[in-house]
Design a protein around this ligand. Structure first.
Ligand code: WTA
Length: 638
């Protein structure tokens, strides 16, 4: 029996049990029946979390683009693969069929080859949400080049750090991008980044905003003429199951961003299988995920997962607020969207707008609603359920991470009864565990702890690019023989999971992971700043916002407070991007520290939350007196 498509709760439990008892047989069946292989595996799984080393489908040969494109051509050649909806609603949308996608990907792949890109080379993609983004991702995969997509909202400094970390040879970008009423000069950002990237020797530029840009002779090429020259046939490079498919950077609580490395076969199998089940995708459905392909959600659930299932996947270039806050609902109506997958921060922003903009549109095509990126609060869940889903489209609150590659804890719609704010049950093959601070697993229900995973799953990241030790330290050292997620969670009386949030120094702002350390480093670059500490505090739309405590070198500088605040945020924008700007900055004369000199963030967090009633024992601090002065400063700033 094929367990590919789960249709009722009993079946879920039955398949789940099988996936835990006989994981290898289970995944072998899925892989065997639903994918195209050039060669089968010799070994399904080998793993050792102490090294850590994880290998799935070792010995298998394949190309993921043959699975996402070629194999659909006979049966779905004229079906829309990618439905592009531009930023401006007056511009027509574009339907790219599987046949057209095949030609465009192959043409692009030939351009990459002609530019000297070979299997294993790293290519940085810095593009807005236009078809070229998905096409260039697939073109890299076609020839075995490792793509590293950098979200096009990152600054030049953030971009160059990422390019250099994985030693990319090429950058693919556009002359610019549209974001609502704004245009952004992307190529200018790339030029600035490349001043410090000596190993990039070619830049391909897609035309989007028709602006005048600077082209560096010998390095920069307009994409279109190169595409026009080449052939639309490009043989797929045969890859090993464990060959890297892509690198995607995510923030760590300390140090530079981590280039998570995902490999080919396991990633393909797991993202395809989760896509099919979590969205209950049926052949003629139109599926829309509003994420950007610059994040993992876009990689797995705009590009690879949907295309591996021969789905129609929507790519939206714009923002929810342009030309007005009805834009999402207008698109749902226009394309008769069946599955809609978005983030809590977008839901909260839209919920603030009142219902007129929703009620103007016919949302009756919707069958499944999804949420991802951060915990969804009760109010947002109900608003989404009542007004968008009209209480008939289940909400799948999907918990997962850049590192996990695919969805890990989630309801299956029409199968798992949902519960507001709960991601509910582990997906097939996933074995979560809650751990206490002593490193013991907490068994039973109605408990909470640190969320770990006990057994490998096919799409887990295999390493951090260039730094396997950091991979081990970050994910496999906190708890022996377990993958540690960095999240806290609780398990209710029936075994449903609710993710309670990060337990490390990563803060999720509007669904974006931000490490505090890199932002503090940026703030400390300001010549007037001596030291800083950043914590999160609740924000009604963003979920969390950033609160910075800043010590100045010279107290006299505080006279210029307003400018200083602006300047500090300017530096953050330059180093990381506008998403990391601080909402509040409090100048202070000291920070609470332990005797070993570590900043006590717990206290700073409580003050930022306006919760100073119980700060715990502060007497062991190196400088207990500083706490009251910070509280007073916070109150004066309010
Ligand atoms: C958080 C996004 C609660 C969590 C796919 C995780 C969530 C981090 C949920 C990963 C959810 C993601 N409920 N929290 N449904 N989904 N998170 O790497 O803290 O951008 O560790 O991957 O987002 O964010 P990332």
């Amino acid at each position: 029996m094929s367990n590919y498509h789960i249709k009722h709760l009993e079946e879920y439990y039955q398949v789940y049990r099988k996936s835990i008892r006989e994981p290898e047989n289970f995944w072998e069946e899925i892989a065997e029946e639903h994918f195209m292989w050039q060669n089968k595996w010799n070994n399904i799984l080998s793993w050792d979390f102490s090294k850590p080393e994880i290998k799935w489908f070792e010995g298998a040969k394949l190309n993921i683009t043959e699975n996402c494109i070629d194999r659909h051509l006979t049966t779905r050649g004229n079906k829309t693969a990618i439905l592009f909806e531009p930023n401006n609603p007056k511009e027509p949308s574009e339907h790219i069929t599987y046949n057209q996608l095949s030609k465009r990907v192959n043409r692009f792949a030939n351009v990459l080859k002609n530019q000297g890109i070979k299997k294993g080379d790293r290519v940085c993609i810095y593009l807005p949400m236009i078809p070229e983004l998905a096409i260039s991702v697939l073109a890299c995969a076609r020839i075995g080049a490792i793509h590293s997509v950098v979200f096009a909202g990152f600054s030049a400094t953030a971009l160059s750090t990422r390019i250099n970390d994985s030693d990319c040879k090429m950058v693919i970008t556009s002359d610019g991008s549209y974001r609502g009423a704004k245009t952004i000069n992307l190529k200018g950002i790339v030029d600035e980044a490349l001043d410090s990237c000596p190993n990039v020797n070619s830049v391909l530029v897609a035309k989007r905003i028709q602006s005048e840009i600077n082209m560096v002779e010998g390095r920069d090429h307009w994409l279109q003429p190169l595409l026009d020259e080449g052939s639309d046939i490009c043989e797929a490079e045969i890859m090993d199951a464990e060959d890297p498919l892509f690198i995607l950077y995510t923030s760590g609580s300390t140090g530079k961003p981590k280039g998570m490395v995902h490999t080919t076969a396991g990633y393909m199998v797991y993202t395809a299988y989760t896509f099919k089940n979590v969205f209950q995708y049926k052949e003629d459905d139109i599926y829309w995920c509003t994420a950007d392909i610059g994040w993992i959600t876009g990689h797995s659930y705009i590009v690879y997962g949907p295309l591996a299932n021969g789905a129609t996947t929507v790519m939206f270039e714009g923002v929810p607020s342009y030309p007005d806050f009805g834009r999402f609902w207008e698109i749902v109506e226009k394309h008769k969207i069946n599955q809609f997958y978005t983030a809590p921060t977008a839901i909260r922003a839209l919920a603030k707008q009142g219902l007129e903009v929703v009620e103007k549109h016919d949302l009756s095509s919707l069958k499944v609603l999804g949420s991802v990126g951060e915990p969804i609060n009760e109010e947002a869940w109900h608003w989404y359920n009542d007004n968008i889903g009209k209480k008939k489209s289940p909400i799948v609150d999907t918990w997962w991470q850049t590192e996990t590659g695919g969805i890990m804890i989630t309801p299956i719609p029409f199968v798992t009864p949902t519960k507001p704010t709960y991601a509910t049950l582990p997906f097939i093959g996933i074995q979560p565990a809650l751990m206490d601070e002593q490193g013991e697993e907490i068994k039973g229900n109605q408990v909470s702890g640190r969320l770990c995973v006990k057994f490998p799953w096919p799409s887990m990241a295999r390493t951090i690019w260039g730094n396997h030790q950091r991979y081990k330290d970050t994910y496999f050292s906190a708890f022996e023989n377990k993958y540690f997620t960095g999240d806290g969670a609780l398990r209710d009386e029936v075994g449903y999971y609710r993710i309670t949030g990060r337990v490390d120094d990563v803060i999720i702002v509007s669904g974006h992971n931000l490490g505090t350390a890199p932002i503090e480093d940026a703030v400390n670059e300001h010549p007037a700043v001596a030291e800083s500490a950043i914590v999160g505090f609740p924000h009604d739309v963003k979920g969390n916002a950033l609160y910075g405590y800043v010590i100045l070198k010279d107290v006299g500088e505080t006279r210029k407070h307003n400018n200083l605040r602006k300047e500090i945020n300017q530096i953050i924008t330059e180093h990381i991007g506008p998403i990391a700007k601080l909402d509040k900055i409090q100048f202070t004369e000291g920070l609470p520290k332990t005797r070993s000199g570590k900043i006590m963030r717990r206290i700073l967090r409580k003050i930022a939350h306006n919760d100073t009633s119980n700060l715990g024992d502060t007497s062991t601090l190196l400088n207990p007196e500083v706490v009251q002065s910070i509280i007073d400063g916070h109150k004066n700033d309010e």
